[in-house]
Design a protein around this ligand. Sequence first.
Ligand code: SAH
Ligand code: SF4
Length: 382
Amino acid sequence: MGPSLIGMSRAALGDALRAVGVPDRQVNMRTGQLWHWLYLRGATDFDQMTSVSKDLRQALAAAYAISRPEIVTEQVSEDGTRKWLLRFPSRGAGRPVEIETVYIPEEGRGTLCLSSQVGCTLSCSFCHTGTQKLVRNLTAEEIVGQILLARDRLGDYVERAPPPGDDVPSTGRLVSNIVMMGMGEPLYNFDNVKDALLIAADGDGIALSRRRITLSTSGVVPMIPRAGEEIGVMLAISLHAVRDELRDELVPLNKKYPIAELLAAVRAYPGLSNARRATFEYVMLKGVNDTAADARELVRLLAGIPAKINLIPFNPWPGNAYECSDWTQIERFAEIVNAAGYASPIRTPRGRDILAACGQLKSESERMKLRERMALEAMIAN
Ligand code: SAH
Ligand code: SF4
């Protein structure tokens, strides 16, 4: 099978069309048609592209693919959260790779949480993904593929699509928001993440407003300006601590880019306003970062930044020593930051029963290793 058209920019699609003999003067029009079928209608087969001539459909099918990621498992939580374990080819040496994608339905919106890498180079001490070393970056095709697959499975396409050029209905969509908060550090895979998010935001296709797309980073400071200028999506920062000494421990990348530098990059992020706030994620770890003094220091640090704070109850995983803060402690913390105007919803854990909550994503093969190790340790202990 030939290369996939999914994830290509319009320019690259144009080249792909030329390569199968489409004359220059038709390239723009044909690119628009393909874009419509791929991203608005969710075509999975060239034969579905009825506005494209049969000859061209055949030529395209002979040269290119538009297939979806392979689904290894699909799990549905008791709270409606869905998680897919997806398999991608190795793309080079080694074995095929696996990543997870999570869909979280909420009142009035549906958020898709995408992975950007297989594993992660950063080893934040409270994060399950961080225990899996980086295997490779995902390609733009694989990142966009997660969106298309979720929409396939949820039946989230415009069935009776308006003719090309018409406005895409923006209401009633099951996938209404995207967050780059799955496995991996998106700013360490900048080019592919950029290509994928620009496709997600393209008004003729998936057409999600940039305000409904959020990129979360553990703090890769030098790439933050580029994310603002070249992608222009909403920014989330995994802060988790208000002192460098503690943050060095929780998010080791802090040793390279300490809190002051990180906050300076956020202050300079283009387009921030009270209507477009940066998000600060803060995982609540019992006895580690959850005191009232921490909350007050957080308020002081963020002064002047249009921001909201997301308090994430720590999601435990086997083999990790942290505990989630007590509920009263989380509420006390929330009261302090709320009083300062940082509307801070406590993010209710979703999909914990299927290990789909923040920081719990992994390749299944890694989880099996973990289970085997735990079983072995239990045997030795007995
Ligand atoms: N690598 C990026 C994107 C992942 S986002 C980043 O770190 O920002 C996933 C979010 O969940 C991050 O804020 C991460 O710090 C947080 N997280 C990781 N492990 C967690 C856990 N066990 N419980 C709760 N949140 C966790
Ligand atoms: Fe990587 Fe983010 Fe997990 Fe840190 S929290 S290890 S950066 S995925």
